[in-house]
Design a protein around this ligand. Structure first.
Ligand SMILES: Nc1ncnc2c1ncn2[C@@H]1O[C@H](COP(=O)(O)OP(=O)(O)OP(=O)(O)O)[C@@H](O)[C@H]1O
Ligand SMILES: [Mg+2]
Length: 345
């Protein structure tokens, strides 16, 4: 049997996986490019290091934005670099599975596969990211349920009923929308300027979208620049600041999920209500996310284990489950995987 590998291409993270339950490599989705020549100097972890950020004539870029490729050449080189470092010579002749957002069109699919085949793999197939994440928890794709992958810049929502994909949508809201919301909130309310990295740290330390009584008393001192005086200032933030700051991005995620709920056929309402909503993606790690979604929708909501790696882990599992021969002409295996799923644990 050929080697079977998988790569989860995200706007913030690139995660390669093979058979095991632990991803082979997880690196930031960043490249360092020479400003004058346009040459790629480093990919992933190496590119995000302080040396690269400080180097003259070097600009750091995110190769994937909104699930789309910024540039074919860059996409190819990032994939080739990640796959080569993860799997080395075993890559040649391997079967590769790539995650895709729920709204990638057929042209995008063919381009992605063409680029992947250039890396030396024998075949390449695609799967919707939330569907793959489900497999990380051995959730049967026959179960009628709603899936939401809250990534860095997008929330991919998928509705499954009786083994059929009923609805797919990718909304432009994700973990980074919450970082941006903190920056805007501090600027508007306190005239304080902070950078994106600080905003992400605040979100991870005291960020919350739901008052469960535990985080309500957490406080964090934050330093920033007063945009009126130019002086350094300090503020102490708490959960109430977070609720206020996060109102808009949280509404965006709820809207994407509620829209999917309106698409549930009446005959499947009961089943979906029973199985509920599964969350994955790093954005699902924000405190209170599942409780907030459950509270607003009334659907039981749970976050999968290791939500950030779930798509990569699930893809590795699906690679093992799928038959050796996938019929020619199937590029996106999402429907094929559901139809051919054998519940092996
Ligand atoms: N503990 C945490 N609390 C809150 N947010 C978190 C936490 N850990 C990670 N995140 C957020 O998760 C996001 C990254 O998630 P993920 O790796 O799923 O994105 P991605 O797959 O690269 O992006 P996309 O799917 O949008 O292309 C970031 O915005 C990050 O800040
Ligand atoms: Mg993702």
């Amino acid at each position: 049997m050929n080697n079977r590998f998988a790569l989860d291409i995200g706007s913030a993270n690139l995660i390669a996986s093979s058979k095991s339950d632990t991803p082979v490599i997880c690196e930031p989705s960043v490249i360092a490019v020479n400003r004058r020549t346009g040459n790629i100097l480093a990919v992933g972890q190496e590119a995000s290091g302080a040396d690269m950020a400080d180097a003259q004539n070097t600009v750091l870029m995110r190769p994937f934005r909104n699930g789309l490729m910024a540039n074919c050449d860059i996409t190819y080189r990032v994939m080739a670099d990640m796959l080569k470092r993860s799997f080395g010579r075993e890559l040649r002749g391997a079967r590769l599975l790539l995650s895709i957002p729920c709204d990638l069109d057929e042209i995008g699919e063919s381009v992605l596969i063409e680029l992947a085949l250039k890396t030396g793999v024998k075949t390449c197939h695609l799967i919707y990211s939330p569907l793959a994440a489900m497999a990380s928890e051995f959730i049967s794709p026959f179960s009628s349920c709603l899936l939401a992958d809250i990534g860095a810049v997008r929330t991919n929502v998928m509705l499954l009923t009786k083994g059929k994909i009923r609805y797919l949508r990718a909304a432009n809201v994700g973990g980074e929308s919450f970082d941006a919301a903190i920056i805007d909130y501090l600027l508007q309310k306190y005239k304080m300027q902070i950078n994106r990295r600080q905003a992400e740290q605040i979100k991870m330390k005291i960020g919350t979208v739901y008052n469960d009584g535990v985080t309500a008393f957490q406080r964090l001192a934050v330093n920033g620049k007063n945009i009126v005086t130019g002086e350094i200032m300090q503020l102490t933030l708490d959960a109430s600041d977070m609720y206020e700051a996060f109102e808009e991005p949280m509404a965006g995620i709820l809207e994407a999920i509620c829209l999917a709920i309106t698409k549930i056929p009446p005959s499947d309402q009961f089943e979906v209500l029973k199985n509920g909503i599964s969350l994955c993606g790093g954005g699902a790690l924000l405190h209170g996310m599942s409780m907030m979604i459950e509270g607003i929708t009334g659907y039981p909501t749970a976050t999968v284990d290791s939500p950030q790696e779930a798509t990569a882990i699930g893809m590795a599992r699906i690679q093992d489950w799928l038959p050796t021969q996938i019929p020619a002409g199937i590029r996106n295996i999402s429907a094929y995987y559901i139809e051919n799923f054998l519940p092996v644990k």
